[in-house]
Design a protein around this ligand. Structure first.
Ligand SMILES: *[C@@H]1O[C@H](CO)[C@@H](O)[C@H](O)[C@H]1NC(C)=O
Ligand SMILES: *[C@@H]1O[C@H](CO)[C@@H](O)[C@H](O)[C@H]1NC(C)=O
Ligand SMILES: *[C@@H]1O[C@H](CO)[C@@H](O)[C@H](O)[C@H]1NC(C)=O
Ligand SMILES: *[C@@H]1O[C@H](CO)[C@@H](O)[C@H](O)[C@H]1NC(C)=O
Ligand SMILES: *[C@@H]1O[C@H](CO)[C@@H](O)[C@H](O)[C@H]1NC(C)=O
Ligand SMILES: *[C@@H]1O[C@H](CO)[C@@H](O)[C@H](O)[C@H]1NC(C)=O
Ligand SMILES: *[C@@H]1O[C@H](CO)[C@@H](O)[C@H](O)[C@H]1NC(C)=O
Length: 313
């Protein structure tokens, strides 16, 4: 039993540390029957999204079907519209969406691997309408070690400036990355992006909400993210994705001086199709603790196995 528990715990941590951020939300606005016209339209639509979003530079909206069997979809790749990363995020977000929301007429999936993306479908038009819920968020489990008064000042100005830059970005993808110096050795990195179908003021409003909600849930943490149907915020004390000139990943001295943060974050998947409040938690597995776990679990496995074999006889 001890072996099974440690091994399954190990696998849980392993999976959590590999997948970045992924969550689904099924709306309770109605269900379709398996093999119905709506079901077939949805499957057809979902299967066409990955190729079309990459062919359309990272954002794509489309519909399939007629009358009340019409399915509307919207897809956004965040940080990186390059074909390969975008398609693989969208494909895995769709796989998880189909499993989590097998018969819901409307659902959303935030993918996170290797870059973030948003995949949404509904039985109503969703293009051009800014929606502030549902929300998915997570945080780096480490706490800030710097002076919180100073941090608050620097963080808030960086967030405000980045909201403005992202919403006013004249390029098709309303994105902005920002960096601010926190201490002599630490910087704050932030990425914000909106779906390009909403107005500048809606984008600004959406992003301001993500900042407010992060502050409310997670102030004092070393990083995190908030994602909504129409916008995305992530910040950390190290560069992430490929949006900063520095290479991604925590700097080496950062890991040794404060052992909490790593590059890998993940949400624990919310219950399949339920509508409970979205209090998702990101798990950050420090490499040293993770390594200790591997060694511990392997040792357990090695010494316990013969005993189990004997017990079974
Ligand atoms: C789905 O519908 C088609 C025809 O509309 C039918 O041939 C097929 O057997 C159905 N499949 C299932 C699993 O009900
Ligand atoms: C979307 O993808 C489908 C199949 O993958 C393809 O037939 C269709 O032409 C694409 N549409 C656009 C607008 O690229
Ligand atoms: C579609 O709408 C019509 C009326 O607008 C209604 O009679 C019909 O039941 C609806 N079909 C489905 C599958 O909801
Ligand atoms: C944080 O810094 C401010 C001024 O920048 C100072 O007034 C305050 O005492 C400091 N707090 C701590 C806990 O060091
Ligand atoms: C606007 O968005 C593009 C990507 O679409 C990005 O490269 C650029 O840096 C952004 N501009 C600003 C001011 O952040
Ligand atoms: C949404 O799709 C329609 C039809 O393909 C297209 O004309 C329109 O430009 C798209 N809107 C955006 C914001 O991409
Ligand atoms: C950080 O993540 C990126 C992909 O998101 C990966 O390429 C890189 O190797 C990671 N760095 C570290 C230090 O784990």
């Amino acid at each position: 039993m001890g072996t099974i528990i440690s091994v399954s715990l190990l696998f849980h941590i392993l999976i959590v540390s590999i997948s970045l951020i992924s969550a689904e939300k099924c709306y309770d606005t109605g269900n379709f029957r398996p093999n119905s016209t709506y079901a077939n339209n949805r499957d057809l639509l979902l299967s066409s999204l990955a190729s079309n979003v990459t062919a359309n530079g990272g954002f794509y909206n489309t519909t399939t079907g007629q009358y009340n069997d019409t399915v509307y979809a919207l897809v956004l790749c965040i940080s990186d519209p390059s074909a390969e990363d975008c398609a693989s995020c969208v494909n895995s977000a769709i796989q998880e969406l189909i499993v989590a929301c097998p018969s819901q007429k409307e659902a959303i999936s935030w993918g996170g691997d290797p870059v973030p993306c948003i995949v949404r479908y509904a039985n109503r038009p969703i293009l051009g309408t800014m929606e502030l819920s549902p929300t998915d968020y997570g945080y780096n489990t480490g706490y800030l070690k710097s002076n919180l008064t100073d941090f608050d000042h620097i963080w808030t100005s960086l967030m405000t400036a980045t909201v403005a830059r992202a919403s006013m970005n004249s390029s098709r993808l309303k994105m902005a990355a920002g960096v601010a110096k926190l201490t002599s050795s630490e910087k704050i990195y932030v990425l914000m992006q909106c779906t390009p179908d909403i107005s500048q003021s809606d984008c600004s409003n959406c992003l301001q909400n993500t900042v407010t909600e992060f502050r409310r849930c997670c102030f004092g943490r070393q990083g995190g993210y908030v994602q909504k149907p129409n916008c995305f915020l992530r910040w950390d004390l190290y560069p992430f994705y490929q949006v900063f000139s520095e290479s991604p990943g925590p700097p080496p001295d950062f890991i040794t001086s404060s052992p909490s943060p790593t590059n890998t974050t993940s949400t624990i998947n919310e219950g399949k199709g339920n509508n409970s409040p979205r209090n998702l938690v990101a798990i950050i597995v420090p490499p040293i603790i993770f390594f200790a776990f591997v060694v511990l679990a392997c040792t357990f496995f090695y010494f316990r196995k013969p005993k189990q074999d004997v017990e079974r006889k």
